[in-house]
Ligand binder design. Structure first.
Ligand code: SAM
Ligand code: SF4
Ligand code: SF4
Length: 378
């Protein structure tokens, strides 16, 4: 087996400055980037901390007790998040996903949900407001989240076998507690619940069929995600990726499937329905099939940096606009200035990492230090 090199470094990099353009870019709801892609989906990381240590995301060797997590003062407050989200929504965002780290570890996160649930899209509709969680605290929090206005949750679950699951979360967390969380989310009305299973060859591919059988016939949509080369700490290797096509083939052999239409443009999952009409699964092929062409997603890090791609190495520093910069003597930006700054950054976007992955030389970004998934969220 090839030796694994895990760099022991702080993965955060100096942010790119975010400036206010001289000519205002008013928020008209129809912003598009340099490749003509609109801005529709914003993922917000509300904490860089997590109570799990999934080896593909926050390996224990790196995220140990000495890891330099962000101090509380660096985090955007709920008011700051809501203010900046308002500008994103004015530019056309319709869907917000709270993530992390583990978003349910952020104290009183339901207060943020409540503030975001009051916002309306440019067409006057409520936002599609969701959250991705490891499920560990869901049984306790599902009801409060629903009451605050959360619409749906996605729960990450990499297997049903308790031993496999405990090994993958690497903190010995029992699978039964996550299953209780999923039940609580369903009874609270946070559905349809989606389940994300990251498939790592050699680790949990034997859990694919048990997971498919378990959730078939329920209103839960199980999605299989290819193990991705995000960040720089997970020691990613292509031979540990199980291509989605193989996952579909494996399930189809026992439980026949037929491909379904995509639910929305820019949707990451390819949908497959059970031939006997008892529900559907999804596959997210971020490694083997590029879907950058209609990628309409932006990501806001815990400390207010705007990332234009999951694989970007640097974000744009919105926090110093939101708070002003005492060192430079600049006051906090007005709402219009903030909207213009976001507009300029998105208009300059040309990221399409997945599409270029195969052709990139290491010095062109293929091997560059990238931001960790736990920092900007999935
Ligand atoms: N802690 C929450 C959770 O696990 O659901 C939210 C944050 S987590 C970073 C968001 C999603 O990213 C999870 O579904 C997780 O499985 C996925 N993820 C993390 N690292 C990944 C990797 N290397 N490849 C594919 N998916 C990954
Ligand atoms: Fe934590 Fe989620 Fe990353 Fe696992 S995938 S370590 S639960 S942030
Ligand atoms: Fe979007 Fe970047 Fe993923 Fe392509 S690689 S789909 S641009 S986040």
């Amino acid at each position: 087996m090839a030796e694994r090199v895990i760099p022991l470094v702080d993965q955060r990099h100096a942010a790119l400055p975010a400036g206010v353009p001289e000519r205002a870019i008013p928020a008209t709801g129809s912003l598009s980037d340099s490749l003509g892609r609109p801005l529709r989906d914003l993922r917000i990381s509300v904490t860089d901390r997590c109570n799990f240590r999934c080896s593909y995301c926050m390996p224990k060797e790196v995220f140990d007790k000495d890891y330099p997590y962000l101090p509380h003062s660096a985090l955007l407050t709920f008011e700051e998040i809501t203010r900046v989200v308002r500008q994103f929504v004015a530019h056309g965002v319709r869907k917000i996903r709270l993530t992390g780290g583990e978003p349910l570890l952020r104290k009183n996160v339901e207060v943020l949900v409540e503030q975001l649930a009051r916002l309306r899209t440019v067409d006057g509709a409520p936002l599609d407001l969701t959250l991705t969680t490891n499920g560990s605290l869901l049984a306790r929090k599902a009801r409060a989240l629903k009451d605050a206005g959360l619409q749906r949750v996605t729960v990450s679950l990499d297997g049903l076998d308790d031993a496999v699951f405990r090994r993958m979360n690497d903190v010995d967390f029992p699978v039964a507690d996550v299953l209780k969380g999923i039940d609580a989310a369903r009874s609270a009305g946070l559905g349809p619940v989606k389940i994300n299973m990251v498939v790592k060859r050699g680790t949990n591919e034997h859990e694919i069929l048990p997971m498919a059988r378990h959730f078939k016939g329920t209103d839960i949509v199980l999605r299989f995600i290819e193990y991705m080369d995000v960040g720089a700490t997970n020691g990613w290797r292509m031979d540990e990726v199980m291509p989605s096509a193989e996952v579909v083939k494996l399930i189809h052999a026992e439980l026949p499937l037929a491909q379904l239409e995509a639910s929305a443009p820019g949707e990451t999952a390819e949908r497959w329905g059970y031939a006997d009409g008892t529900g559907e699964i999804g596959v997210i092929s971020s490694v083997t099939q590029a879907f950058c062409g209609d990628c309409n997603r932006a990501r806001l890090s815990t400390e207010g940096q705007l990332y234009l791609c999951l694989f970007a190495s640097r974000g744009h520093d919105l926090r110093s606009l939101i708070r002003g910069d005492a060192a430079k003597g600049t006051p906090p930006a007005s709402d219009e200035e903030l909207a213009s700054a976001i507009g300029q950054i998105w208009q300059g976007r040309s990221d399409r990492y997945s599409q270029l992955r195969a052709t990139l030389a290491p010095d062109q970004g293929g091997g560059a230090r990238r931001v960790e998934m736990s920092y900007i969220g999935g």
